[in-house]
Design a protein around this ligand. Structure first.
Ligand SMILES: C[S@@+](CC[C@H](N)C(=O)[O-])C[C@H]1O[C@@H](n2cnc3c(N)ncnc32)[C@H](O)[C@@H]1O
Length: 538
């Protein structure tokens, strides 16, 4: 199989595993609405933010949507699109090392994207999917990278979205009016693509000129190309004309069914009664569900212009962000990729369109979807992403020509920032780490799945054949380990709460030390793991 290679690849393919786990702190002053709504906006580099969120959300996200920098080389954008922002430069310097100086624009972009895509995959549910917006600058490299990370067989499609409906007459060669949206499933067999509702325009193509009581209908071809031996009879029209199926085609029904349809008023010969026979397909009898196709026109999915107008209405008079996506585009993705209770993740949040679309979609279908957004630039996260969400949650005064007040969509979100790494430079648990923080991390690193609930006591939970325990008092720094209860002693072992029945597996107990003999541990069906040395990810 052809493979993708670039300068720096070796340094980044597994880099996502080396990124330190950080604490996440919420800032209530920048949060808005109901803090318990389950929505998060995290300010920080998404590599670190995703790693920090993984212990809580691995395998729980139904739909990832990202709109990363397109790598156009256009320096004039509000955020730096050609992967030259100071944070990313430092990161590339640290991770890729000296080689970073020779990297081309495309090498840098791939170095930036690859570990982030690898982490994003870990957030997806088995039946989930990732949707990635991109344009022609990187679509070919992105597709090859996604093939590698998600598996070629999990490629679903490359949607073409009509981002602009006017041609740029000053384009050097040809005017670029579309973006791509690459869709990959975590597992192609488990992902089910949603359907689209019929639009009013599509409904308007049904007519009812004969006042049929069953309502509007559309004339459908009665013949098909597939051989059907019973579909070769002559149909006699109202004026006595005989109709045979066209050459190499067959009626799609036998004569008996035809007679039934005719008697039921389901066959039309046109207004004059002299046309070829057609089947009347009634709108009222059709499912209001259409299989989506790969062409998303601006009338249905919105355009870049619509997106800018939407943002200007929320921030009248300010040009706060130059590359938003339209809310309708993301709502379409939510329609196809989520059910009403699902979790959506966007780690290149920008102006927060994904959060806005989730709230809007919930309002429209009564859903309870939740979102996690990550935005690196502090000023954007605070003044644009969070502020937009705050305004659409609470309501705002729409600017522009049709100025009026817009009712709030309700809901809420917590604004969070990344704190220090869980482990200090010596590999010890950092002093700021609380019991629930460490518990979440240990449960995840032991089992690969998020902790079932916020830890309160030493028993953290069960996953498959393992029950996980943690003996750790965060205030241990000043206290001898054993006195702080951070050591597994024979008495502690006997006193540990039993996992809920039925349980036949092993008890894995994390603590700073252990005074229980190996034999005793074995006969108690227990394994001791020492903090911090035997915690993955230190
Ligand atoms: C194309 S914009 C996304 C626009 C968004 N879809 C919207 O509708 O507003 C990309 C965003 O990703 C942010 N970004 C770039 N690199 C990032 C990183 N490493 N971590 C988090 N955010 C990043 C940029 O600051 C920018 O706001």
């Amino acid at each position: 199989m052809p493979t993708l290679d670039w300068i720096g690849k070796q340094a980044v393919v597994n880099h996502h595993r080396e990124v330190p786990y950080r604490l996440v702190h919420c800032d209530s002053a920048l949060s808005a609405g109901d803090p318990e709504a389950g929505n998060l906006l995290v300010q920080g580099d998404n590599l670190e933010a995703l790693r920090a969120l993984l212990p809580y959300y691995a395998g729980k996200v139904k739909c990832v949507y990202i709109d990363p920098p397109y790598n156009t080389g256009n320096e004039a954008w509000i955020y730096n699109d050609n992967v030259n922002s100071p944070e990313i430069k430092t990161w590339l310097g640290n991770v890729v090392g000296k080689e970073a100086e020779d990297l081309s624009r495309h090498d840098k972009w791939l170095c930036m994207m690859y570990p982030r895509l690898r982490l994003l995959r870990e957030f997806l549910r088995d039946d989930g999917a990732i949707f990635v917006s991109i344009d022609d600058n990187e679509v070919h490299y992105l597709r090859a990278a996604l093939d590698e990370i998600f598996g070629k067989s999990n490629f679903i499609t490359n949607v073409v979205w009509q981002k602009s409906y006017t041609s740029n007459q000053t384009a050097k060669h040809i005017s670029d009016t579309h973006d791509h949206i690459l869709i990959y499933a975590r597992s192609r067999d488990l992902f089910v693509m949603g359907k689209l509702a019929r639009t009013e325009e599509q409904k308007a193509t049904f007519d009812n000129w004969d006042n049929d009581p069953r309502g509007p209908w559309k004339a459908e071809n009665l013949s098909a190309g597939k051989f059907y031996s019973a579909g070769q009879f002559a149909i006699v029209g109202p004026d006595g004309r005989e109709f045979l199926p066209p050459k190499n085609r067959y009626w799609r029904m036998n004569q008996e069914t035809y007679e039934e349809w005719l008697a039921d008023g389901r066959i039309t010969f046109g207004k004059a009664g002299t046309g070829r026979p057609m089947l009347k397909k009634f709108l009222s009898e059709m499912k209001d569900e259409l299989t989506p196709n790969t062409w998303w026109n601006h009338e249905e999915a919105g355009s870049n212009k619509v997106a800018s107008t939407q943002l200007k209405e929320i921030f009248p008079g300010d040009d706060v962000f130059s590359t938003p996506k339209p809310v309708s585009l993301i709502q379409r993705i939510l329609t196809l990729g989520t059910a009403p209770d699902d979790l959506i993740l966007d780690s290149f949040a920008g102006s927060g369109t994904t959060g806005h679309a989730v709230l809007e979609q919930n309002k429209q279908d009564g859903g309870n979807r939740k979102f996690i957004l990550v935005e690196m630039e502090d000023a954007i996260a605070r003044d644009v992403t969070a502020e937009r969400l705050r305004r659409v949650i609470k309501g705002y005064n729409k600017g522009g020509e049709a100025a009026k007040s817009v009712e709030g969509l309700g809901g809420g979100f917590r604004f969070c920032r990344l704190g220090m790494p869980l482990f200090d430079e010596f590999g010890d648990v950092a002093a700021e780490v609380t019991f629930p923080d460490l518990a979440a991390h240990i449960f995840f690193s032991e089992t690969g799945v998020p902790i079932p609930q916020k830890a309160k006591g030493e028993f953290l939970g069960v996953f498959q054949d393992r029950a996980v325990y943690l003996l750790f008092d965060a205030a241990h720094a000043e206290t001898p380990r054993e006195a702080a209860g951070n050591v597994l002693t024979p008495d502690r072992l006997d006193a540990l709460p039993a996992p809920p029945e039925p349980f036949e597996g092993q008890r894995v107990i994390y603590a700073e030390g252990c005074t229980v003999s190996k034999d005793r541990l074995k006969s108690a069906g227990a394994v001791f793991k020492q903090i911090p040395y035997q915690i993955d990810g230190v």
